[in-house]
Design a protein around this ligand. Sequence first.
Ligand code: DC
Length: 229
Amino acid sequence: MIVGTVNVVTLDGPSGAGKGTVGVSIAKKLSYNYLDSGALYRALAVAVERHNVDLNDKKLLKKLAINLDISFQAETGSGMTVFLEGEDISGDIALERTAARASVLALYSEVRTALTERQRLFAISPGLVADGRDMGTVVFPDAVLKLFLTATIETRAKRRYKQLLLRGDNVSLPAVWRQLQKRDQRDSERSVSPLVPATDAIKLDSTNMSAEEVVDALMDMIVARGICK
Ligand code: DC
């Protein structure tokens, strides 16, 4: 494992806590690489759908995860284009259906092991901000700083609902809330790498904070630790 040679800042927490927005912004400020580990699980979910793989066929799922042909391209702003087997799947990746399927795939240890190896490859110079569920506990246990971002289910559901509306999706707040609750439960109660803060993680509740306030608070912690350039 290469971890330790470069600084890794982990950012874990449930869906809708703001990890993506905040993570991209911090990575930019530090000029670090950024890993959206959820995008790997989501890309696998898209690959499973495209290749018609049975969700119970763990052997095939493992093979698909090991050979996942995925690449990222940073866009201007905070966007990221995701390619699967050379095809832009950014639209499919953002679907709630994909998220739900990713959360089911994330239950399998064979899948997690394969994707964990992929995630560790992102820890390259000049450093990495890694966003996910088990970045601080499993993937980068030696991270120089571990952050755990939370927010109430109400706030997270409203944030997600707003995002989906802006994208033009036809959704209702209660439906988004229910889906989030289901995913929270699956991610937190699974036996392999459940969503829990690392014992040495710093927790921040973003319920009453704007994204800018969260970024400022986290950057203060980063500077206090001497991680800043
Ligand atoms: O962060 P996200 O919503 O894009 O993640 C989608 C699903 O992928 C999430 O519900 C659980 C899984 N996941 C995981 O198990 N571990 C990670 N490090 C990231 C995501």
